[in-house]
Design a protein. Structure first.
Length: 414
């Protein structure tokens, strides 16, 4: 009896500490007061029209959970680096909606001008307009060692060189996965892509993404997914370029359905719209039809609207927890409300994440993993025999991991 009371007390305190660790934000003043090394959660929609600029903040080691609320109506000149934030380093941004942002400057995106060692997941930017004199992205201007997953951009992005619907420039083993863009992406110079303008990092990856709308360059290096993939190890896979038209005016033939400048890029299982129009005085050939080529395999809008197409040709697209077909196009499931699951969490030596509706725990070998329900009952306890332990239970639970490094506690929903 004493043991059960102790366990319940421990869990109650642990749940309370986890809740209290997140600082609630419901006003502009709360956003302006954000500090490094803290965790925040949005507690209301906030209209930013009274701001004359972005938050003008460099954030380090901050977790910001938008909690599916919306930040709207920001008009700002981001300067050399900017958007809502200037620089993000070691941060996690998730579950955030951005609406009706108008952002100007140089290295700019609606979320931030620059991000390094940062994870951005389940964020939506709609009705946005970026007008940059330099690097520009729908979410992030310049990213390195950064992961962007399950994000969408709907709007217009214009810049001068390195312009992309999600990010203008990516490098240093960055990843964009399960994202899409619906909009007009434009460079007044070179290097423009529906998802990324310029990718140069070894092991940069764009996977399971699609782009619709238009892409155009005043000069060249125009691609439906990436404008220029110039780093050894850049990989584009399982992507759909379904723009109505891509445009360039270059002196070299670098206008392609998937990647404009593709010489250093690995291309695998990509698809381009069969009747996509192009305008480029140097491109004289029709679209090539190669699964691993610069234009991808030709696909029709009827195929894009068919569940069978994804089952047969894009089996890596997860239509259980990530994607849904709506109005004849893929859409992120989370746009229709929160999806059951948990965002990846890491504390010390352990990490908990949700993959394919399963809870995956990464921890040192021989750790003791204890799972409790909300009333303190021990549901399961095991000693980790692999670096990844998998649990399939559904509901709200507390996971306690005990290892030589100490105890770590995670609150999870699956």
């Amino acid at each position: 009896m004493k043991k059960n009371l102790f366990t319940i007390l421990f869990l109650s305190v642990a749940f309370s500490l986890l809740a209290d660790a997140q600082i609630k934000i419901s006003t502009i003043a709360g956003l302006q007061a954000m500090e490094n090394d803290k965790s925040y959660i949005l507690d209301a929609n906030i209209d930013l029209s009274s701001l004359s600029a972005g938050l003008n903040k460099d954030l380090t080691n901050v977790t910001f959970d938008g909690n599916n609320y919306t930040l709207s109506n920001l008009t700002a000149d981001g300067g050399d680096r900017g958007g809502l934030f200037k620089n993000l380093s070691g941060c996690t941004i998730r579950n955030l909606k951005i609406k009706d942002f108008l952002i100007g400057g140089n290295w700019v995106g609606t979320l931030a001008g620059h991000a390094d060692n940062t994870t951005i997941t389940k964020c939506i930017a709609e009705g946005i307009e970026v007008q940059a004199g330099g690097i520009a992205g729908g979410l992030i201007g310049h990213m390195e060692k950064t992961i962007i997953t399950e994000c969408a951009v709907r709007g217009t992005v214009t810049g001068r060189d390195h312009v992309g619907g999600i990010a203008g420039h990516m490098q240093s083993a960055s990843t964009i996965e399960n994202c899409y863009v619906n909009g007009d992406i434009v460079t007044t110079g070179w290097q423009v892509g529906g998802i990324v303008g310029w990718s140069e990092g070894a092991n940069d990856k764009v996977n399971n993404c699609f782009a619709s709308g238009t892409v155009s360059a005043a000069v060249g290096f125009t691609g439906g997914i990436i404008g220029a993939g110039v780093g050894a190890g850049v990989k584009v896979s399982n992507c759909l370029a379904i723009q109505t038209k891509i445009t360039a005016n270059s002196d070299i033939p670098k206008t392609n359905r998937i990647v404009g400048d593709h010489n250093a890029t690995t291309l695998e299982n990509n698809y381009g719209l069969e009747n996509m129009a192009w305008e480029d005085p140097k491109r004289t050939e029709t679209w090539t039809n190669l699964n691993d080529g610069k234009d991808g395999t030709s696909v029709t809008l009827a195929q894009v609207a068919s569940p069978q197409f994804y089952a047969d040709s894009l089996p890596t697209w997860n239509f259980n927890t990530v994607w849904v077909l709506e109005n004849n196009l893929p859409k992120l499931k989370m746009e229709n409300g929160p999806v059951s699951g948990i965002d990846e969490m890491k504390k010390g030596v352990s990490k908990v994440m949700n993959i394919n509706s399963e809870i995956v725990v990464e921890c040192p070998l021989n750790s003791t993993i204890s799972v409790y329900n909300t009333i303190g009952k021990l549901i399961e306890q095991r000693t980790s025999s692999t670096v990844k332990e998998i649990f399939t239970f559904k509901g709200i639970y507390m996971i306690r991991i005990s290892s030589n490094a100490g105890n770590e506690t995670f609150k999870v929903l699956n």
